[in-house]
Design a protein around this ligand. Structure first.
Ligand code: NDP
Ligand SMILES: O=C1OC[C@@H](O)[C@H](O)[C@H]1O
Length: 382
């Protein structure tokens, strides 16, 4: 006997670039990726301008989401010229917040206060205190809340994690190197969201979540690390004249497993088109292929004789897991399953882990001298 899939009924807050990528991806038929327990519908999209919301729907999902296209639900996506319209729409049960960093806290709070579940774009908030405040509302109101770090649900990252943690393919994990950078300096104006202090820009918060997610998934989540937070966090930051960082390097130590993560995120160099995440173990290494945020395959390179210092390698083995989806739909599927099962926290990304990652960023900003402009943080760190 087949049962109808659970349908996540999304409201979209902010009709910008990432929101359009998100709706396009969740509109793919779930069966095309072997999913049959859940599906997605877009109930509403809200923008500060009604015409922008209308155009957003018309351009990206003229026929609605997967569950609207196959007739599982009978409502059509509705455009609103305000965010309020979305949170008041009775067909919306979860809101995807795709607005700017500086708006995340207030926009997520708006949704939670209105009784809606929330998937909140990265960086979840500006600081850990804002995140704790959102969690306390979600907990009190029994609502789902998660930071949208989509790479956590990427099939390549999950395959690499299994290969390292369960199949021991590189022996004891030792060093992780992960970068996500773009050559934006001199190309984007200082008013751009990546460089503007008014918009809490800078690569640490914009690109840093990706090297950090590799560190968390491979080292923090290593079974032998027993979810122990990094013992030391060291960083170096180059500040831009606007006051935001333009380059940040940070390292995290995991003494329980004798491992270190070396992460970089900057707006000085284009590094997205080749391998920029590498995980080295005692018997071999994994070279992640493709952008750190959306890898498509990996190379397994094993050492001929691990007892030889700086010895040779066996021939590379390519593990190709190329997928046709944009990649955002994997996190959306995970969220839909949480809603289906009545969970308020996603087991793969619980609230305390986002609190830890936000505190890591707080510490790095403090060390680097990156202070948010007065008034941007809605909840202050103690
Ligand atoms: N997961 C991922 O891969 C990615 C995530 N992101 C994250 O998503 C967020 C949005 O980034 P992106 O889509 O690239 O940015 P855009 O500038 O394209 O969109 C941001 C949206 O925020 C809304 N907004 C609300 N207040 C303001 C304001 N004062 N000024 C300008 N826009 C405002 C606008 O929506 P409207 O006009 O409709 O009201 C705007 O369209 C960021 O937090 C970023 O970190 C970004 C890129 C990739
Ligand atoms: O999350 C992101 O990933 C891709 C980058 O281009 C973008 O600036 C960032 O927000």
């Amino acid at each position: 006997m087949s049962t109808n899939p659970f349908v996540a009924q999304w409201g979209i807050l902010g009709c910008g670039w990432i929101s359009s990528e998100f709706v396009k991806d969740i509109c793919r038929p779930p069966s095309s990726r072997g999913v049959n327990d859940i599906s997605h519908a877009v109930a509403a999209a809200g923008s500060r301008s009604l015409s922008k919301a209308e155009e957003f729907l018309e351009t990206n999902i003229p026929n609605g989401g997967a569950a609207q296209q196959d007739g599982s639900v009978d409502f059509k996506p509705k455009a609103y010229g305000s965010y309020q319209g979305v949170i008041e729409d009775p067909n919306v049960n979860i809101v995807y917040v795709g607005t700017l960093n500086v708006c995340h806290y207030e926009d997520a709070k708006l949704c939670l206060d209105a009784g809606k579940h929330v998937l909140l774009e990265k960086p979840a908030t500006l600081n850990a205190a804002e995140w704790r405040s959102l969690v306390s509302i979600a907990r009190k109101k029994n609502l789902f809340l998660m930071e949208a770090v989509w790479t956590r649900f990427n099939p390549v990252l999950l395959a690499v994690q299994k290969a390292i943690h369960q199949e021991n393919v590189i022996g004891d994990v030792r060093c992780l190197y992960s970068d996500l950078s773009m050559n934006s300096l001199g190309i984007r104006p200082d008013s751009d969201r990546l460089l503007s202090a008014d918009l809490a820009g800078g690569p640490l918060l914009d690109l840093g979540p990706y090297p950090l997610v590799w560190s968390m998934m491979m080292l923090y989540h290593h079974p032998k690390n027993e979810k122990t937070a990094p013992a030391k966090i060291g960083s170096t930051m180059l500040l831009h004249h606007t006051g935001v960082d333009v380059a940040t390097n940070f390292a995290l130590t995991f003494p329980k497993i004798n491992a270190i993560a070396n992460c970089t995120a900057n707006l000085l160099s284009a590094t997205q088109q080749s391998q920029h995440t590498r995980i080295v173990g005692s018997t071999g290494e994994i070279l992640v292929q493709g952008i750190t945020s959306r890898p498509t395959s990996y190379i397994l390179r094993k050492r001929k004789d691990p007892s030889v210092e700086n010895g040779d390698y066996l021939p590379d083995k390519l593990v190709d897991l190329t997928f046709k989806e944009g990649g955002l739909v994997f996190e959306a599927d995970a969220v839909a399953r949480c809603l289906k099962d009545g969970l308020v926290e996603c087991p793969q990304l619980p609230w305390n882990e986002t609190e830890l990652t936000m505190s890591i960023f707080d510490q790095i900003r403090k060390e680097g001298g990156y202070k948010f402009l007065p008034g941007l943080e809605k909840v202050q760190l103690e």
